[in-house]
Design a protein around this ligand. Structure first.
Ligand SMILES: C[S@@+](CC[C@H](N)C(=O)[O-])C[C@H]1O[C@@H](n2cnc3c(N)ncnc32)[C@H](O)[C@@H]1O
Length: 219
C-alpha cells in the first residue's frame, strides 16, 4: 500500500471525517468488536449510572451499553463533528428517549460537573492524546471519587503490526499505561490482557491481534 494512503488512513483513525471517515468508522466497528465488548463487560454497568465514553466513533456499541442496566445515562464525546452526527443518527431512538447524547468536544475539556460521572471509558484513543497528563486530570475532575476509569488499547508490540500506526500514533505497552495512570493519581485495579481468537490479515501477514483493558479508580 502506498505511503500516502497509509498516512490518510492514519489521519482518519485519529479523527474520521467525510466519506472515507464514515467507511473507516464502519470498519472499526468490525475490527474492534472484541475489544469494545470486553471493555463494556469491564464497565460492570449498574442501574442509574452516568457513563461517559471518549471517542465513540459512530456509536455502534451504545445499544449494548444501554442494555446492560436500567436507566443508564450515556454521553459520548468525540472531537470529530462527523462522528458526533453519525452517532446521533445511528442512536436517534436513544437520544429522543433521553438515554444518550453525543457532544463534540476534546477529551481535555469535558462538559460535566465536578465529580459527577460514575464511569468514564475510552477505546483506541490514548494513542492520539497530545498531553496525557492534562487528559487524565480532566478525567479525574469529572469522575466521582469512587468512580471508575477504563482505558482499552492495543499494546505497542501489537500496534506496530498495523502499518498505519507509524504515523502520529503514540505506542504504549502495559507498563507504560499503568505507570502513566499511577503518575496521574489513578490506582490501577485490573489489567486484562487478551489475544483475539480471530486472526487478522494485513498486507499478506496473518496474526492474532491483542488488546489490553485497564480498569482504574481515582487514587
Ligand atoms: C481509532 S477511533 C476509535 C473508535 C472506537 N472507540 C473504536 O475503538 O472502534 C478514535 C475515535 O476517537 C476520537 N478521538 C481521538 N482522540 C480524541 C480526543 N482527544 N478527544 C475526543 N475524541 C477523540 C476520534 O475522532 C475517533 O472517533
Amino acid at each position: 500500500m502506498e505511503e500516502d494512503l497509509l498516512k490518510e488512513i492514519a489521519a482518519q483513525l485519529r479523527k474520521p471525517n467525510g466519506e472515507m471517515g464514515a467507511d473507516v468508522a464502519t470498519r472499526m466497528n468490525e475490527g474492534n468488536r472484541e475489544m469494545n465488548m470486553a471493555t463494556i463487560d469491564a464497565l460492570d454497568i449498574q442501574d442509574h449510572q452516568q457513563i461517559v465514553e471518549i471517542g465513540m466513533g459512530n456509536g455502534f456499541f451504545v445499544k449494548e451499553i444501554l442494555s446492560r442496566a436500567e436507566n443508564v445515562n450515556y454521553t459520548g464525546c468525540d472531537y470529530s463533528e462527523d462522528m458526533v452526527n453519525a452517532a446521533s443518527t445511528l442512536n436517534a431512538e436513544f437520544v429522543t428517549k433521553g438515554n444518550a447524547r453525543f457532544v463534540k468536544t476534546t477529551a481535555d475539556e469535558l462538559p460535566f460537573e465536578f465529580h459527577s460521572i460514575d464511569t468514564l471509558f475510552t477505546v483506541n484513543t490514548l494513542y492520539f492524546w497530545d498531553d496525557p497528563s492534562t487528559t487524565l486530570s480532566e478525567f479525574m475532575k469529572v469522575l466521582k471519587p469512587d468512580g471508575k476509569l477504563v482505558i482499552t488499547i492495543r499494546p505497542g508490540h501489537c500496534l506496530k503490526k498495523y502499518p498505519t500506526t507509524k504515523y502520529n500514533f503514540t505506542h504504549y505497552e502495559r507498563e507504560d499505561l499503568t505507570m502513566l495512570l499511577e503518575k496521574n493519581q489513578f490506582q490501577v485495579l485490573k489489567c486484562i490482557e487478551v489475544t483475539e481468537q480471530q486472526k487478522v490479515e494485513i498486507l499478506g501477514e496473518s496474526f492474532a491481534s491483542e488488546f489490553l483493558v485497564v480498569v482504574a479508580r481515582p487514587g
